[in-house]
Design a protein around this ligand. Structure first.
Ligand SMILES: *Cc1c(COP(=O)(O)O)cnc(C)c1O
Length: 375
């Protein structure tokens, strides 16, 4: 299976026919407990749902195949995946995070991880000299998010993996925005890939989930698995089934998402009301060359900075008809969000910035909607 191309893997990985019935679509096993022998002997490999179930195992298999890993774990959310991995580090561990990143990760490293005794620093991951300088002190984890949220910065995974490994660190990449259809961080040297499967994997804005895919089934992977099973942030079987169902169309959806994003980004880049478009597929994007080197396509998340500041951004967001004002990303429907309004008292996003998740509507309709909203 692992020799096949990504679209084939997305359709077939973990999708063996049910041996009992021949059903082509997988069953959902909702059982919380599984019969065992009188001395606790496992009969079919399962014991209690918190320690694993057949539906989650199919999703884990699909994730391993798509990311080219050795083993995977599924979680109740992307945040549960991050937290379980990071809390598995010994107290006193130093972790380096990107300066532009998912807002939940920012809360995690500002509020929660220091209470667990982790030492946190942030750096611009596109500035390799700054990363090298930060790696001069012993480092446990170098955390990559590329493309980043909400500025769509792209950093060089292979270069960062080399720098991180030279410092003795584990290199973790949040691959939520790109998905393995566009970018495979383990092949570029990362040790662990993290996903919010809530986004493109689920693909329909109706299921919350997270995942970690490990390059090696080593002591750390086993430690994180044990922590998940003890602390219990597991993914429900029905959620695993929905994410697996989303996975089957991931290749087709990503192709259309990317094509629509290109159309919209190219239109916005030429519009006089627009100051700047952040989409790594544009040749004018500062990280375009790195993106072209490590991604098959450039993704469907973009942000746009408007002339006229906060007022202009809010006015455009209010006039859009097809795009829904909502957070999150990766669903069929296009979403827009004035990030500065939802980031709390000290927003980091520019006031004139709108973040866009380009959906699966007709690309020309999406362009027309922005054309009317920009006036
Ligand atoms: C949504 C998201 C997360 C968090 O995932 P949840 O499933 O919402 O907990 C982490 N990283 C990125 C890049 C995200 O977009």
């Amino acid at each position: 299976m692992t020799t096949h191309r990504p679209c084939t893997l997305a359709v077939h990985a973990g999708n063996h026919a049910d041996p009992a019935t021949g059903a082509v679509a997988p069953p959902i096993h909702l059982a919380t407990t599984f019969r065992h022998g009188p001395a606790g002997e496992r009969i079919a490999g399962y014991e209690y749902q918190r320690e694993g179930d057949p539906t989650n195992d199919r999703l884990r298999e699909a994730l391993v195949a798509l990311e080219g890993g050795a083993t995977a774990l599924t979680f109740a959310s992307g945040m549960a995946a991050m937290t379980t991995a990071l809390e598995s580090l010994p107290a006193g561990s130093r972790v380096l995070f990107p300066d532009d990143c998912y807002s939940g990760l920012r809360m995690l490293f500002n509020e929660v991880l220091p209470q667990r005794g982790l030492v946190i620093e942030t750096v611009d991951m596109a500035d390799l000299d700054a990363v090298r300088a930060a790696c001069a002190t012993p480092l446990a984890v170098l955390w990559i998010e590329t493309p980043s949220n909400p500025l769509l910065k792209v950093c060089d995974i292979a270069a960062l993996a080399e720098i991180g490994h030279a410092a003795g660190a584990l290199v973790v990449a949040d691959n939520t925005f790109a998905t393995p259809l566009l970018q495979r961080p383990l092949a570029l040297g990362a040790d662990i890939v993290m996903h919010s499967t809530t986004k493109y994997f689920g693909g329909h804005s109706d299921v919350l989930g997270g995942a970690l895919v490990f390059a090696r089934d080593d002591a750390f992977a086993k430690q994180v698995a044990h922590r998940l099973h003890v602390t219990g942030g597991v993914l429900a079987p029905f959620s695993a089934w929905l994410i697996l169902r989303g996975c089957r169309s991931l290749g087709a959806r990503m192709a259309m998402h990317c094509a629509n994003a290109r159309k919209l980004a190219e239109f916005l880049a030429t519009h006089p009301a627009v100051e700047r478009v952040n989409w790594p597929g544009l040749p004018t994007h500062p990280d375009h060359a790195v993106a072209a080197k490590q991604m098959r396509d450039f993704g469907a998340m973009l942000s746009v900075e408007l002339r006229g500041g906060r007022e202009a951004a809010l006015a455009v967001a209010g006039r859009l008809r097809i795009f829904t004002n909502a957070t999150s990303l990766g669903g069929c429907e296009s979403l827009v969000e004035h990030r500065a309004s939802v980031e709390g008292p000290n927003p980091r996003s520019p006031q004139n910035l709108l973040r866009i998740s380009v959906g699966l509507e007709d690309g020309d309709d999406l362009v027309a909607d922005f054309r009317q909203a920009l006036g």
